[in-house]
Design a protein around this ligand. Structure first.
Ligand SMILES: Cc1ncc(COP(=O)(O)O)c(C=O)c1O
Length: 417
């Protein structure tokens, strides 16, 4: 370890000559640096414990600008990350200027304005609310505060991989059960796999990447079997799109003490780039999570824009309405061309393309035409593609690109369907 420390931190001759001509803060000449001497990466690798080393790095969808540059394309439709294609609320954007005046100050650690807005809207106390850098931020507080090596976490296969990565990053023992045949969380299987050691159950409702949801009666069934010592995370990142389904369980109607509801400003509210999400739970749990939360997140601009976004019901309603129109149209198209779209209540649709090669080829062929979708092998759904629902122009682009690639694609993979 000593040798490693010296190798990494002892002053080494690693700066270029030009810089070396100058003096350091202490007035002494800086040491010579040889940039050809690279860091010994394998040392870092050895610092990582095995459960971190074995994690797969999360790969986000390709940025549109990168694709435009690489392929020299003028038209790009990014349909890979379930963002709001209509942008942020105009009210939020107009709050930006005022919010940016104070960026030289740390944010309000109590986030009074936003918590007050949420508390009023959902009839809660501020002590029942936690904010995070995205709802993923709150997941990190939960895993950090509640989980340790070997603690059992129960969830489904083919669910949000962000949560699985976090659970594994604290060496928790992640148990997964298969989905039902119609790609939904299998409540019976979850109940069967509950053990004395289960500490957390994670449910994305609706689920990403399938777009499906579990109903009021299914949640009731699950909650009747879950012991009070076990925390249920109800991740409702796509709540705003699903809430109109009559049997969709709004978890705010399920104020069990052992449930935490997670929601986000990244999807229907169109603030993904600002990284802000919120959680509702019993104040004792929130108090515990606050102990491990870095004090200053989310940043002050995110807090201010989120307040404005919550107040802008017009933008939210437009987003949900247009999403529904384009989702129905895209679903019908995928069915018509003989794929198997999974019925979705969200702003994306997953569909069965073919075998892994067919999935990769479809992704590549669409990319050539400027359409970025998400292949789902990485989510354990081999042969599936997920397309986020964009504007009507973006879905025109997706549909025409699919029609263009299909003849040649079918020649290569059609028989696999
Ligand atoms: C089910 C689910 N939960 C959470 C998140 C993360 O959202 P946020 O941007 O709030 O971290 C996502 C993002 O794709 C998601 O699909």
């Amino acid at each position: 370890m000593n040798r490693l420390f010296r190798a990494l931190y002892e002053p080494q001759p690693i700066m270029p000559d030009a810089i070396c001509q100058g003096l350091g803060y202490d007035g002494k000449a800086l040491k010579k640096i040889d940039l050809t001497r690279s860091f010994k990466v394998k040392h870092f690798h050895r610092l990582l414990p095995p459960h971190i080393r074995s994690l797969q790095t999360y790969r986000a969808g390709k940025p549109a600008e990168e694709l435009a540059r690489e392929k020299n394309l003028s038209r790009i439709s990014k349909l890979a990350s379930n963002e709001n294609p209509y942008g942020s609320s105009p009210l939020a954007l107009s709050a930006m200027k005022a919010a940016s005046k104070n960026v030289h100050r740390y944010p309000d650690t109590g986030a009074f304005a936003l918590k007050n807005e949420l508390a009023t809207r959902w009839n809660l106390k501020q002590d029942n609310i936690i904010l995070g850098d995205g709802s993923e931020g709150i997941m990190t507080y939960i895993t950090r505060a509640l989980l340790g090596p070997g603690d059992e976490v129960l969830t489904s296969e083919n669910s949000f991989i962000g949560f699985s990565i976090m659970a594994k990053s604290v060496a928790a023992d992640l148990k997964t059960v298969p989905m039902t045949d119609d790609f939904r969380f299998d409540i019976k299987a979850l109940k069967k796999h509950l053990t004395e050691k289960t500490k957390i159950i994670y449910i994305a409702n609706p689920n990403n990447p399938t777009g499906t949801y579990i109903s009021v009666s299914e949640i009731d069934d699950l909650m009747s079997a879950v012991p009070k010592r076990c925390l249920v995370i109800l991740d409702e990142a796509y709540f705003e799109f699903a809430r109109s389904c009559p049997d969709y369980p709004d978890s705010m109607d399920y104020r069990h003490d052992n449930v935490i509801t997670l929601r986000t400003f990244s999807k229907a509210y169109g603030l993904a780039g600002l990284r802000i999400g919120y959680g509702f739970a019993h104040e004792d749990l929130i108090d515990g999570l606050m102990k491990v939360k870095p004090p200053f997140g989310p940043n002050s601009v995110a807090q201010a824009l989120a307040v404005a976004a919550v107040r802008d019901s017009t933008h939210l309603e437009k987003t949900v309405r247009c999403n529904l129109e384009q989702r129905e149209r895209t679903f019908a198209f995928l069915q018509k061309i003989g794929f198997y779209p999974i019925p979705s209540v969200t702003n994306f649709i997953a569909f069965k393309a073919a075998n892994p090669e067919g999935e990769a080829a479809m992704f590549d062929d669409l990319l050539e035409l400027g359409v970025i979708v998400r292949p789902l092998s990485s989510h354990g759904m081999t042969g599936f593609i997920r397309v986020s629902i964009g504007t009507s122009e973006e879905m025109d682009h997706f549909i025409s690109a699919m029609e263009e690639i299909l003849p040649s694609w079918r020649n290569r993979f059609g028989s696999e369907m």
